[in-house]
Unconditional design. Structure first.
Length: 412
């Protein structure tokens, strides 16, 4: 691990002298190589899928793990979209001249060397590497054992692609040892890593936050809520909730929890259930929810806090907007929440008081995504409040530096 870290430091120095044009050329070469090597990547991914099935991975994890031609095409397009974005480095944020004649500029600069620990999503390998390269950061990637064959194939394609463009291939490195000890070593790379980003389930994130001696940017799990207000269009609510829950169950921005006003639940919940029945979603609700629609199973307090990543959703009945907001803020993981309402004042209060990184009015939580937010791709969705919050794109992979120009000034 120390050897990888030393190579990353050398690659960081190399990136400090690379132009935006050169970075874009390298990214376009990565995109082309991903397409040209799609079949090889898919074959390696099949090995991971077979291993996952033998290990008893659930449907959600297998869906996260699976690659096909379309998903690799999406990866390539994601890399191209990052290349099309403006360089986040060297932007002058402030400039002023002091009374003594000193000119002070505050500019954006790369974080340096970034470590990323993630689980069974091989597309993260390409997304993270592309964002780090465009923001002039060297990156050390450490994926989970479930996706190791896919990750090795993708990383090899990317490293060869940037080498063909004259880059130090160690700008992108992959840890091939998926043991717990390799993760522990990565968490202790003080002096080498400038930050560590965990991306995965709540247990992984909690472990990294608790044990890392390297600064951590926390990307949280997603117990995402949708509140159906008493002034909601119930047809719209059913349509949005069906999308937010079932469009892709294995992702952190999928809806896991419903909160419904008691004044509309008898109208809204049967429509919502009819929509969710199309995908055989199991609904677990409180007593009033169970009375409002047939086939609702009883929910426990643990259900209201659960990120299922499965065809399961909870329902809580409330008597006011205030109660809905308090319930959501209690059980939320601070990821994404939505309100369905035709009442502008209620929408404004929900937006103001919900303490999450992304808050919606009359839209699916599935839009909390770097690509959907116009960031090209994302390195993760931060649920903390320091440095970065929400989908993390290029700007979030930079910090700042002051440049001071003088002509002989000394401090009296």
């Amino acid at each position: 691990m120390i050897s990888l870290a030393k190579k990353a430091l050398e690659a960081k120095d190399f990136l400090s002298s690379v132009t935006e044009k050169q970075k874009n050329a390298a990214l376009l070469e990565i995109a082309k190589s991903l397409r040209n090597n799609a079949q090889t990547i898919i074959e390696e991914n099949k090995r991971d899928i077979e291993n996952g099935e033998r290990a008893g991975l659930g449907k959600g994890l297998l869906d996260r793990l699976m690659l096909n031609t379309q998903r690799i095409e999406d990866m390539a397009k994601g890399v191209e979209s990052v290349a099309a974005l403006d360089d986040p480095c060297g932007i002058v944020l402030e400039e002023k001249t002091r009374p003594n004649g000193l000119i002070i500029k505050k500019i954006t600069v790369p974080l340096g060397v970034i470590g990323i620990i993630y689980e069974a999503r091989p597309n993260v390998t390409a997304d993270a590497a592309a964002l780090c390269l465009k923001s002039s950061n060297a990156v050390i990637l450490r994926g989970g054992k479930e996706a190791i064959n896919s990750n090795i194939a993708i990383a090899s394609v990317m490293r060869n692609a940037i080498k063909n463009q004259g880059f130090d291939k160690n700008c992108i490195q992959l840890v091939t040892d998926t043991s717990r000890e390799s993760a522990n070593e990565m968490m202790r790379l003080d002096g080498y890593l400038d930050c560590l980003i965990p991306r995965g389930g709540k247990n992984l994130i909690k472990t990294v936050v608790k044990n890392s001696t390297v600064p951590v940017i926390e990307t949280g799990s997603g117990n995402c809520h949708i509140y159906v207000d008493e002034f909601a269009d119930t047809d719209m609510a059913a349509r949005i909730i069906f999308n937010a829950k079932t469009q892709r169950i294995s992702v952190c921005n999928a809806c896991e929890s419903l909160v419904i006003h008691s004044g509309i639940i008898n109208e809204a919940l049967p429509k919502i259930k009819a929509a969710l029945d199309k995908k055989s979603v199991e609904i677990r609700g409180d007593e009033r929810a169970m009375l409002a629609a047939d086939g609702i199973l009883p929910a426990s307090d643990e259900d209201f806090a659960e990120e299922y990543l499965d065809y399961i959703i909870s329902v809580k009945t409330v008597d006011s907007l205030d109660e809905a907001i308090r319930h959501i803020n209690k059980y939320s993981t601070r990821h994404s929440e939505a309100i369905i309402t035709e009442n502008g004042d209620n929408a404004a209060e929900f937006l103001r008081r919900i303490d999450s990184s992304s808050v919606y009015v009359n839209a699916s939580t599935r839009f909390t995504d770097g690509g959907e937010f116009g960031l090209g791709a994302e390195i993760g969705i931060s649920t903390q409040k320091l440095h970065a919050r929400g989908p993390m794109g290029l700007r979030e992979l930079t910090t700042t530096k002051y440049l001071i120009y003088g002509n002989g000034q000394i401090r009296e």
